[in-house]
Design a protein around this ligand. Structure first.
Ligand code: HEC
Ligand code: HEC
Ligand code: HEC
Ligand code: HEC
Ligand code: HEC
Length: 213
């Protein structure tokens, strides 16, 4: 009888094969996505079909973000509002405005306005708005001072390193739940972050499957 590997080594061989496949996939992803400009598009600011201004609506008129982005506390995605939301006011305000012509056309035809997407993670990663917002991470931490933006742009890198930095140390970015959309809110002291962390039981994950599922 020759030498035989014990049965349990079968698992190791399976693992090795998986490891080799995994490394291949990893290299493929790095080459295809890691260096793509989309991955670090800070400042990306496409031209929109309507010159909608967050500075006017959120800043000057003081509208809460959730008036328009009303799924942000319930769902992974933060919906961009339908034409109906705009028409609630613009059937009375600026009814002749040239800038609002595409909004009226959308209302008449039933064709949604084709807003150009600004923030867009690669499909192989998973993000969830409600998971953040309900644990005290505010819009401003990830989107910057939207209330001052005439045209929205991408404020943060949205890279994996950026996500992990906060998952490792969320405290500086926590705020009371009733301040989630308050754009100029700041922590009173570093202790407040620790206190909120305990209060809301905040323990972000660093497992790959949290964001790659
Ligand atoms: C009156 C409605 C309205 C209000 C209020 C509003 N938004 Fe928006 N938001 C929009 C519309 C319409 C778009 C799509 C057009 C654009 O990008 O400007 C948008 C786009 C965005 C985007 C970019 C989405 C993408 O494509 O990646 C972000 C981020 C955003 N809003 C955040 C906020 C925040 C934060 C607030 C509160 C300070 C806010 N919004 C208040 C209507 C609104
Ligand atoms: C709660 C009411 C309200 C809602 C909802 C609202 N707006 Fe407005 N919007 C205003 C007011 C008020 C002004 C005028 C501000 C000013 O003149 O200073 C305005 C101004 C504008 C202007 C500039 C018009 C011009 O001729 O100068 C545009 C464009 C516009 N809004 C687009 C939109 C779009 C698109 C939506 C939906 C995503 C929307 N608004 C939702 C109240 C609203
Ligand atoms: C922890 C970071 C973070 C917070 C907090 C956050 N966002 Fe986002 N937001 C993102 C990322 C990342 C994307 C891109 C998501 C994707 O591509 O799947 C995004 C996308 C969006 C979009 C485009 C539609 C979508 O869901 O892809 C809107 C609108 C938006 N955010 C609004 C808001 C508003 C309003 C708040 C506060 C109530 C908020 N966000 C809080 C990170 C954040
Ligand atoms: C500013 C801080 C911050 C940033 C930036 C951030 N996160 Fe988070 N994330 C958190 C916190 C806090 C939680 C909630 C942890 C808890 O529930 O205890 C969370 C939770 C999550 C969850 C839910 C996990 C679950 O258990 O269901 C996902 C998914 C997630 N983050 C993905 C991302 C991705 C992807 C990015 C980058 C695009 C990102 N996060 C950026 C702070 C952040
Ligand atoms: C908190 C969320 C989060 C966690 C946890 C996470 N990733 Fe990612 N990962 C992302 C996001 C978001 C991207 C897309 C980044 C971009 O577009 O630049 C990404 C991109 C990647 C890429 C593409 C190349 C690159 O670096 O951009 C690989 C490979 C990857 N992740 C592997 C992993 C592995 C392996 C783990 C576990 C050790 C892991 N990720 C954990 C959010 C996460």
């Amino acid at each position: 009888m020759g030498f035989r590997f014990p049965a349990w080594t079968n698992h190791i061989r399976a693992l090795l094969v998986l490891g080799v496949i995994g490394a291949g996939v990893y290299i493929f992803l790095i080459i295809n996505f890691g260096f793509s400009p989309r991955a670090t598009d800070v400042g990306y600011q496409p031209v929109q079909p309507v010159p909608f201004s967050h500075r006017i609506h959120s800043g000057e008129l003081g509208m809460d973000c959730r008036y328009c982005h009303n799924t942000v506390e319930r769902e992974p995605h933060s919906a961009v509002p339908p034409t109906e939301t705009c028409m609630g006011c613009h059937n009375k305000i600026h009814t002749e405005s040239e800038k609002l012509a595409p909004v009226r056309e959308s209302w008449d035809t039933g064709q949604p306005i084709e807003w150009v997407r600004i923030h867009d993670l690669p499909d192989y990663s998973y993000f969830n708005h409600s998971a953040h917002v309900l644990k005290g991470v505010g819009c401003a931490s990830c989107h910057g001072r939207v209330d001052l933006m005439e045209v929205v742009y991408q404020d943060q890198k949205l890279s994996m390193g950026w996500c992990l930095e906060c998952h490792r140390n969320p405290e500086p970015n926590l705020r009371p739940l009733d301040k989630i959309t308050e754009m100029d809110w700041e922590q009173e002291s570093p202790e407040q972050g620790a206190q909120l962390r305990a209060q809301y039981n905040v323990n972000p994950n660093e497992n790959c499957s949290t964001c790659h599922r």
